[in-house]
Design a protein around this ligand. Structure first.
Ligand SMILES: [Mg+2]
Length: 179
C-alpha cells in the first residue's frame, strides 16, 4: 500500500495494487467499519458478470469480520443487480458520482457516519471526489482493465497529476499505454 501525503478532494488517502490487499485486519486498525464500493474496474472488470471464487472469498472475509459494505455504482440497470445477486449488499446504482447522493444513501443504509466508512474505487473524478465530498476517506485501486477508448485514455491522462507518481499507478499506466 502507498499512503498519499497530499490532502485534497482529488487525492486518494491510500493506494492499493488491488482490493485483495485490503484486509479486515487493516480496516479494523484504521477504525473503518464499512466500505462504500465502486463495482466496475474496482471489484471486477466490466465483462465479469458475477463474483468469481476469489472475489466471493474476499466479500465473505469482510462480512465475517463485521465490515459493512454497500455498492454505489454509476452503472445502472441489470449489470450491478446481477453481480450483487449472490452478495446481497445494499445497492445504489445510477449514482451519478461525483454527486454525493448515492454515497450518503449507502451510509445511511449501513447506519455509519462518514468517519466510520471508507470509499473504494478506481476513479479520481467520480469515486474519489464523491467520497471525499461526502466526508469519507478514500482508497484507490488502479482500474482492473480499462476500455481502450480515447475517452478512457483521456480520463487517465487527467488523473495523472494526482496519482501518477505512485508505483501502482505508474505500473498500470505503462501497461495500458504500451498496448
Ligand atoms: Mg469504476
Amino acid at each position: 500500500m502507498e499512503i498519499c501525503k497530499k490532502k485534497g478532494l482529488f487525492y486518494p488517502d491510500i493506494l492499493f495494487p488491488h482490493i485483495y490487499e485490503i484486509t479486515p485486519d487493516f480496516l479494523q486498525q484504521q477504525k473503518v467499519k464499512g466500505l462504500i464500493l465502486d463495482l466496475d474496474n474496482t471489484i471486477a472488470p466490466y465483462e465479469v458478470a458475477e463474483p468469481d471464487g476469489k472475489m466471493a472469498a474476499w466479500f465473505r472475509a469482510m462480512k465475517t469480520a463485521g465490515i459493512k459494505m454497500a455498492f454505489v455504482s454509476n452503472n445502472k440497470g441489470d449489470r450491478v443487480k446481477i453481480f450483487n445477486r449472490t452478495l446481497g449488499l445494499p445497492l445504489f446504482a445510477g449514482a451519478k458520482k461525483p454527486f454525493t447522493k448515492g454515497v450518503r444513501a449507502a451510509l445511511s443504509a449501513l447506519q455509519l457516519t462518514p468517519e466510520e466508512a471508507a470509499g473504494l474505487g478506481d476513479q479520481i473524478f467520480t469515486d474519489c471526489l464523491a467520497c471525499h465530498r461526502a466526508g469519507l476517506r478514500f482508497y484507490l485501486v488502479p482500474p482492473i482493465k480499462d476500455k481502450k477508448t480515447p475517452f478512457f485514455r483521456c480520463k487517465r491522462f487527467l488523473e495523472k497529476p494526482f496519482v501518477g507518481k505512485f508505483k501502482y499507478y505508474r505500473t498500470y499506466l505503462s501497461r495500458t499505454q504500451s498496448v
